[in-house]
Structure formats: structure tokens, C-alpha cells
Design a binder for this molecule. Structure first.
Ligand code: PPE
Length: 303
């Protein structure tokens, strides 16, 4: 990864190499932490804007609430710190990773006697599934690992400890020669990719799984639902099964890191080149994040 000058840690801006934690930090042992992934883009007028920053920080607060973790900073403070960090690092575009975790204090499951550490890091991060993936699509495999359940590790919380579930799926897919994994819940309904939400297009209608199926409540997903409806497409939020993917006319992933990535095949059933509705939504999204569309200016928080 590309290093920058400053990281914000527990209230201070510290040099990148000095942003360290103790090896006995509680969150490292038990995966007890919550985090976000956000992107900032250079817009048409040359200013940098963070995409839906406040809503990402709100989701961080909700994740912390689910885990009964006291966020030591208010939303407004974290929003301001994020903007200041981007300015200090002199970045026009970047990925933003806030993370709040139980730090050093005591080992043992109960986190209540541990410090709560809060960190925000920013760095330049290119296409998550490759430029080639954005342009031509990625090949996917349905994972043999099932997605976490609401009553096991709530997917509504973007918790660090949820991610080994995604990592099992990702590694399985990559080792088998695919680009990305698609996950099903324990009832066999499609949830999401290892780190992306999923959409399919059938007969001109856009479909995405409901939140109760178990995907993360993605901000990119919400943006795409709005964009698709504004473009005049019907969007249905309904359960999908694996064969809905095999026979889809079009399919794509959405996510902050991934942005919008067409899916060209699922379990070797070809979907093919990115389709017209995928491209329409992709083009609109890429124009929106760069401030080219007035009706989506409300999503941009200028640095
Ligand atoms: N599902 C999962 C499981 C997920 O991790 C993400 C984001 C999404 C859906 C899309 O949500 P949103 O970014 O709000 O549209 N994954 C983040 C972490 C990726 C990583 O490898 O780290 C991200 O995209 O930032």
C-alpha cells in the first residue's frame, strides 16, 4: 500500500510509521472492533469531496452501538478530522479507513476494562478488483462458506471480526482461479460478495437482496438503488437464489473500495460483457462521485 505522512490516532495526527498498537490489544485477539471504508474523489471543479462521509460515520456509530462500544468522538468531530487528515496529507483522491477497536488493557473476552482506540487512515487506493474488472467484468464463484447470520455475527455491524468470514470466501475463490466470491446465507439466498453488495438485471428489472438476507447496508448499494430508479429502471429488493445469478442478463457488484464492477460469469455460467443497464448505472455513478450531476451534489462533502 502507498504510505502517506499522517494518520489520526486517538485525537492526534501522528506520523504514519508511529501509528502503532500493542500486541496485546484486545481487538487484535478477539476481532472486537468496528470500521468503515470511504472514498474521496477529485471533482470537476478541482475540489476534493468525500462521498457520503457523514452517513459512513453514522454507520460506524451504529456498528459501535450494536457492539456496545462507546465511540469516544462525536460524528461531527470524526467528519472534521477526516477532512483535516486529507488536507494534511495533501491528497486529491483517497480511500479512508476509520477504525475503532478495543485496545490494550486486559486480555479475556470482556472488553469493558480496555481502552477504546480510534484511528483514521487515508491513502491512495486504485481499483479494488482492477481497472480491467471495472471495464470488462470479473469472474466469480459462489462460496462454500455461508454468510454470517443476524443472530451469530450481525452483518448490520461493519465489525472487524466479521471479516474472516469474507476472507474464507475470498481466498477460496482466488485459489480456484476466480476474481471474487459470492456468498449465500444459511437459507441459500444470495447475500453479497466478500466485500461488495450485488445486483442482477433480469428482463430490464434491477434486483438486489434485502438487508434481512444478510448483506451489509452498503452506501454504494443505496446510491445505486436511487440512481437506477432516477434513470427509470424498476428496482426490486427481493431474495435471489444462485440460479437467478446463473441466468441473469446482467450482474454487478457495488462497494466503496470496488465502486461498480460488472460480473461476467458466476460458477462458469457466462453472463458476458457488461450490459447496457450496468453501464448506464456505472456511468451515472462515476459522474455523480465527481460532482458532475447536480441532483447528487448532496452526497458530496467537500474537503
Ligand atoms: N458488503 C461487504 C461485506 C462489505 O465489506 C462492503 C464494503 C460492502 C458490502 C459495500 O458497502 P459500501 O462500501 O458501503 O457500499 N467493503 C469495504 C471494505 C473492503 C476491504 O477490502 O477492506 C469497502 O468497500 O470499503
Amino acid at each position: 500500500m502507498q504510505k502517506v505522512d499522517w494518520i489520526w490516532m486517538n485525537g492526534d495526527f501522528v506520523p504514519w510509521d508511529e501509528a502503532e498498537v500493542h500486541v496485546l490489544a484486545h481487538g487484535l485477539h478477539y476481532g472486537y472492533g468496528v470500521f468503515e471504508g470511504i472514498r474521496a474523489y477529485e471533482t470537476v471543479d478541482g475540489r476534493t469531496a468525500v462521498f457520503r462521509l457523514t452517513e459512513h460515520i453514522d454507520r460506524l456509530e451504529n456498528s459501535a452501538k450494536i457492539y456496545m462500544m462507546d465511540l469516544p468522538y462525536a460524528t461531527t468531530e470524526l467528519v472534521e478530522v477526516t477532512k483535516e487528515l486529507i488536507r494534511r496529507n495533501d491528497l486529491r483522491e483517497c480511500y479512508i479507513r476509520p477504525i475503532v477497536f478495543s485496545g490494550f488493557g486486559e486480555i479475556g473476552l470482556n472488553p469493558l476494562n480496555c481502552a477504546v482506540d480510534a484511528v483514521i487512515a487515508v491513502w491512495p487506493w486504485g481499483a479494488y478488483l482492477g481497472e480491467e474488472g471495472i471495464a470488462n467484468g470479473v469472474r466469480t464463484k459462489i462460496s462454500s462458506f455461508r454468510r454470517l447470520d443476524h443472530n451469530i455475527m450481525p452483518p448490520a455491524a461493519k465489525a472487524t471480526g466479521n471479516y474472516p468470514n469474507s476472507i474464507l470466501a475470498k481466498v477460496e475463490a482466488v485459489k480456484a482461479g476466480y476474481d471474487e466470491a459470492i456468498m449465500l446465507n444459511s437459507h441459500g439466498f444470495v447475500t453479497d460478495g466478500s466485500g461488495e453488495n450485488i445486483f442482477v438485471v433480469r428482463d430490464g428489472v434491477v434486483h438486489t437482496p434485502p438487508l434481512h438476507a444478510g448483506p451489509l447496508d452498503g452506501l454504494t448499494r443505496a446510491s445505486v438503488i436511487r440512481i437506477a430508479r432516477d434513470l427509470g429502471y424498476d428496482v426490486l429488493i427481493d431474495n435471489l437464489v444462485r440460479t437467478d445469478l446463473y441466468t441473469a442478463d446482467e450482474a454487478f457488484f457495488t462497494g466503496t473500495a470496488a465502486e461498480i464492477v460488472p460480473i461476467s460469469a458466476v460458477d462458469d455460467r457466462e453472463i458476458g460483457e457488461p450490459g447496457p443497464i450496468t453501464k448506464d448505472i456505472q456511468n451515472t455513478f462515476f459522474a455523480a462521485i465527481r460532482g458532475k450531476i447536480d441532483q447528487y451534489q448532496g452526497w458530496l462533502e467537500y474537503v
